[in-house]
Design a protein around this ligand. Structure first.
Ligand code: HEM
Ligand code: HEM
Length: 383
């Protein structure tokens, strides 16, 4: 019997849509097929944001696989990683996870600069930029904690510096984190577990939350137009933009996969708290031994060296702290000091220092710290 024929007069009949309209198909319609964006945004520079999202998904997938093979125990983590790197299958997973973390760092930087040049943080989009800054911070923290899990001498440097940092702030007692204590394996294991928990649970959860918010805001506020192209007024479904992600993303991520298969790494020297380590028994920390962090993080050790050499500041961990505060503030303040009201329509407007001078100064501060840190680390790593 049809409900509409039984309905008494004056009562509105609500027609229930077919089931699939409440399911995946309707979600895809809202988010992909019926979500129209300007045709010109399907270009390389705009698509890189999506390539970044693809590489983050693969990082989550490979990371989840690694959970099944890795144990955060300071006595065996190094041997586990070494074993993984020696195995035909696991070496590809771990190498991909590692090389892809470099790609993520590079793509975050390119995406940030694309958005900066587009002035795409103005008017109602300040919050979108702020969520982006949070995303950059979370990705940095994931690289840092991931590096520690490798648990060679370089990985050991992470809790060592966390200990030094808490000591400098007078908080080592509160967190039971004296850095010299890490030389004892049974003291180091709980610290490694905390870093593991941050790497596989806390930070990925924050990352997903921030990405959902980032995308929601992009959808709500609308995307900017590439001022360097002629605007046709044509609109494409978001699915066309996703095709552009695939066109650029598949070769880039394919190259990372090839690297992971063919460019093997050794596990590095064992951490100094294990008898098998070449540094076992030494009183010095990893920095003094000349073992420094990988590229996306190396600017932190470089800034430690910089403040120690230039300002004789001790403990040198203040270098990382000061640099982090300055770059975070610089990035957060950019949308507030940019005096242009609308997004630029030409290269001249994009580089107009009368309206954007302060914003350019702040982004320059960000880059100067990153570059000075990275170069100092390269030139004078020991200390
Ligand atoms: C995990 C890191 C990030 C992911 C996955 C991500 C993803 C995206 C995507 C897919 C877009 C759409 C347009 C495009 O691709 O260019 C976008 C736009 C945007 N992002 Fe990000 N983003 C990230 C980090 C950042 C950072 C670090 C910032 C700035 C500090 C930022 C600020 C913005 C802004 C302001 C827009 C709007 C751009 C416009 O309207 O042209 N994002 N993001
Ligand atoms: C943006 C996201 C992530 C980044 C940038 C990242 C980065 C890293 C890095 C640089 C390493 C060290 C690899 C090496 O030196 O060989 C690592 C290790 C590891 N990561 Fe991630 N990671 C991310 C997400 C995840 C997630 C979501 C999980 C788990 C759910 C995960 C699980 C692991 C595990 C278990 C290791 C230890 C592997 C080992 O050394 O044996 N990662 N990560």
């Amino acid at each position: 019997m049809n409900s509409s024929t039984d309905a008494p007069p004056n009562i509105e009949v609500i027609t229930v849509p077919p089931n699939d309209q409440f399911g995946i198909s309707s979600l895809l319609n809202t988010l992909v097929r019926n979500y129209m964006i300007p045709h010109e945004t399907n270009n390389f520079w705009y698509a890189l944001g999506g390539v970044l999202a693809m590489s983050l998904v693969l990082e989550l997938v490979t990371g989840t696989l690694l959970i099944f093979a890795y144990t955060p125990d300071a006595a065996i983590a190094y041997q586990t990683t070494k074993h993984l790197l020696g195995s035909a299958w696991w070496s590809v997973v771990l190498n991909f996870h590692f090389y892809n973390s470099y790609l993520i760092f590079v793509l975050v930087m390119i995406h940030m600069m694309r958005v900066f040049i587009s002035g795409a943080y103005r008017a109602t989009k300040k919050g979108l930029w702020t969520v982006g800054v949070a995303l950059a911070g979370i990705v940095f923290a994931l690289s840092l904690t991931g590096e520690s899990l490798h648990w060679d001498e370089r990985g050991f440097a992470v809790p060592w510096h966390i200990g030094e940092f808490l000591e400098a702030l007078g908080l080592a007692g509160v967190f039971n984190y004296a850095h010299k204590g890490l030389l004892v394996v049974s003291f180091a294991t709980p610290k490694l577990i905390q870093i593991y928990a941050a790497h596989i649970v806390v930070l990925p959860a924050l990352l997903l939350l921030a990405i959902v918010l980032h995308y929601y805001l992009i959808k709500q506020k609308g995307i900017s137009l590439p001022f360097w192209q002629k605007i046709s007024g044509r609109q494409d479904a978001f699915s066309a933009h996703m095709k552009a992600w695939a066109i650029y993303g598949v070769p880039i991520l394919g190259a990372i996969l090839l690297l992971a298969i063919f460019w093997q790494r050794d596990a590095g020297p064992a951490p100094q708290n294990l008898p098998i380590s070449p540094y076992f028994g030494t009183k010095h920390g990893p920095g003094t031994l000349g073992v420094t962090s990988t590229f996306p993080i190396s600017w932190t050790h470089g800034m430690n060296r910089f403040v120690a050499i230039a300002f004789k500041l001790e403990p040198d961990i203040w270098g990382t702290f000061i640099a982090m505060v300055i770059i975070t503030l610089a990035l957060l303040l950019i949308p507030m000091v940019d005096r242009a009201r609308t997004e630029p329509h030409s290269w001249a407007e994009a580089f107009d220092l009368r309206t954007r001078g302060w914003a350019f100064l702040l982004i320059a501060v960000f880059w100067v710290i990153l570059i000075v840190g990275t170069v100092t680390n390269q030139v004078t790593p020991i200390g």
